[in-house]
Design a binder for this molecule. Structure first.
Ligand SMILES: Nc1ncnc2c1ncn2[C@@H]1O[C@H](COP(=O)(O)OP(=O)(O)OP(=O)(O)O)[C@@H](O)[C@H]1O
Length: 247
């Protein structure tokens, strides 16, 4: 009997290493994210999260290793791979002086989406992030949480299979952080988009969430938060693994 083909991963990272001069930012990082899954990339400042996100978005090339997005090798087929990727960076990608619609129209055009299709898709993504009523509002007038949701709408315009979020909750209060994470979980159910959620905030995650624990550029654990934590809190388990003592 011919075996069924393995389901395509949304993200496949294999033996990825990167150094900046004398700093080894990533060491032999390997993991994969199946389609339609949520995965946290958890690590303290300097762990290598932004470096990993920068390599996946091809801001620069890795020294060694491979990255595949939705079955496309990033080095060999960058255009196809990047077309399957949506990214919410730490820094803002929307122009605060323009309306949400103007911003999204501009980004839709960058993705080569024709104006008539873009108008429809803008309506869809705004509904997904619960900002339909803000279509004509200037981005500067939106709250911090609304602006992050608008960034997610921008990242979803071209129907990516993988959504990367780098410290998406930075600067938000506790409630807005919870709302944003709930929205991302909802998107996985609605759009089937896989998510890599890079964060240093342990409390954001739920016991059943899968977390890749990155420390000094290496993967220390890849399991559910409950499995990593055992009978401790996730943060205590992390501190024990890295040799530090809990405060
Ligand atoms: N452009 C660069 N030049 C030199 N060293 C760098 C550069 N970017 C990152 N590094 C170093 O690489 C390591 C990983 O940094 P990175 O920014 O990826 O970590 P991070 O987990 O994203 O932390 P943060 O949450 O603070 O952004 C750190 O030691 C950092 O100092």
């Amino acid at each position: 009997m011919i075996p069924a083909p393995a389901a395509l991963s949304a993200l496949e990272i294999s033996g990825l290493s990167h150094r900046f001069g004398r700093v080894q930012a990533l060491r032999e990082v390997s993991f994969s994210i199946p389609q339609g899954a949520f995965c946290a990339l958890l690590g303290v400042n300097g762990a290598g999260k932004t470096t990993l996100v920068s390599l996946i978005t091809r801001l620069y090339n890795s020294n060694s290793g491979e990255i595949g997005v939705a079955g496309h090798d990033l080095r060999r087929n960058p255009r196809q791979a990047l077309s399957k990727l949506g990214v919410v960076f730490q820094s803002r990608a929307l122009d605060a002086d323009l309306t949400l619609e103007q911003n999204l129209s501009y980004h839709a055009a960058l993705h080569g989406i024709a104006p008539a299709k873009a108008r429809l898709r803008i309506g869809e993504v705004l509904e997904l992030v619960d900002l339909s009523g803000k279509r004509k509002a200037r981005v500067a007038t939106l709250s911090g949480g609304q602006q992050r949701r608008a960034e997610i709408a921008r990242a979803l315009l071209h129907r990516p299979q993988l959504l990367l979020l780098d410290e998406a909750t930075a600067g938000l209060d506790l409630r807005a952080r919870g709302d944003l994470l709930a929205l991302v979980r909802h998107l996985i159910a609605e759009e089937g988009v896989s998510t890599l959620w890079a964060t240093h905030i342990f409390e954001e995650l739920q016991p059943a969430d899968r977390a890749i624990l990155l420390h000094r550029g290496a993967v220390l654990a890849d399991a559910t938060c409950a499995e990593i934590a055992g009978d401790r809190t996730l943060e205590q388990a992390f501190l024990a693994m890295t040799g530090a003592t809990a405060a």
